[in-house]
Design a protein around this ligand. Sequence first.
Ligand SMILES: [Zn+2]
Length: 499
Amino acid sequence: MMNFIPPKELTLRGYQADAIEALRSGIRSGVTRQILCAGTGAGKTVCAAHLLREADRKGSYALFLVDRVALVNQTSQTLDDYGIRHGIVQGINERWAPFENVQVCSVQTLARRSLPRDPDLIIYDECHCQYKHTLEYMARYPRAIKIGLTATPFASGMGKHWDGMVNVRSSRLLITDGHLIEPTIYVAKSPDDAELGINKLGEFSDRSASDAGIKIVGDVVAEWIKKTHEHFGGPAKTIVFSPTVAHGRELCDAFAAAGYNFQQVSYEDKSDEERASKIDEFKKPDSLIHGLVSCGVLTKGFDVPDTLIGISCKPYRKSLSSHMQEIGRVMRSHPGKSKALWLDHSGNIERFALDMFDVWENGAGDLSHAEKRDTIARKREAQTREQVVCRECGGVMRGPLCMACGWERPVRSGIVAVDGEMRAFDLGRMAIEARPGLRAECLKRPRSVWDAAVNYCIEHSRGQDCAHHGDPTTHSMNIRPAIPRPSDHPFQPHPTRLI
Ligand SMILES: [Zn+2]
């Protein structure tokens, strides 16, 4: 006899309930094709499960469309966990039960199979992929309510297939709430754009990215060793995004030569079992695999929340979606995880950081704006580099502050350029952890930053020069000594101070 496991309770967080209500209000006003834009950690799956359960309760016929078998199984498992009865439309599957109200469907199978009822609700997972068959299938049922799920609604043409978009919650708020971890990002050595060829879609060609990338595998390994020891005191669970199988192999060999176990998963794996067994091993808390190198297989549906480091070796020219899907893999929260690193060896950060930060802060924006984000070819320019990369440590700047070491760009007249527009910063609010001219070594120790700042205030109130840490006459920060002394934890600028 099977053991009965009571279903997991399906409770929505407040903002998830608000998002569902916003969808309902859209439907009431006649908008039948809406996108639910939910970034990593916003709870896309739980929202979808809620919609399916409600449909089931009302006796509606609801289809959940996914494009890969692995995602069919994953979704079915989630619905089982919540006790939501459903059938599966995928190949020859023992759970074929077309009279259940809820159906989890592989789009490939659905294109060739008839169902007993017309759908009342169609939920399209990862709708930015815009598969032709799926879009055609949806168009066949004009009266059905359609909801597209995605974290990155940036694909050109989405405006043609969808009429509205609901943003679940910005990544910034999820980070503030502790549902998501903002990675510390370092911009490391990467191939020059001139070395990269362009394919017919206007993206960098994998072949050229691979050839150029292979020349710097030694730098990738050295950077990882340095950073993983600096931040985690030893090897930490890592995923690598690689342009080709050949590049991934070179990289695994270079890691092996340095004494670390990196394994590749790719579309060239001999069997699904072989790939699954590597991923299963990697998922273990004490995995023997230090790093998993992905060639085109880990961006969708791969969820190992205790991954602490991501390495980007596959350059993108236009696809903000791909970049954000990749970095999202290290941002999941997990018990005991307080930090994540992103090591950029592709140049993607210089190309996409400002767009990415905009989406993190403000959400994807309206659909007409969002759907252009994957179509613009980005260039790496000295001006962007200046704006994004810390001169002291290679970390990534948010506004005038380095998120990795706390260095602050010297400010002239209290005005700095952010996102291409001039914006005045309230320097009093900018916190006292960092000030211009401080060296990175000093900033790693919060107490010395504090002491330097206090010193600076005291010296300045007497009208004297500060005795150390650079020339104080070149800056004009309004430091308020009333801010509490920072703890002795490693220096971590609080992200909310920037907004
Ligand atoms: Zn820095």
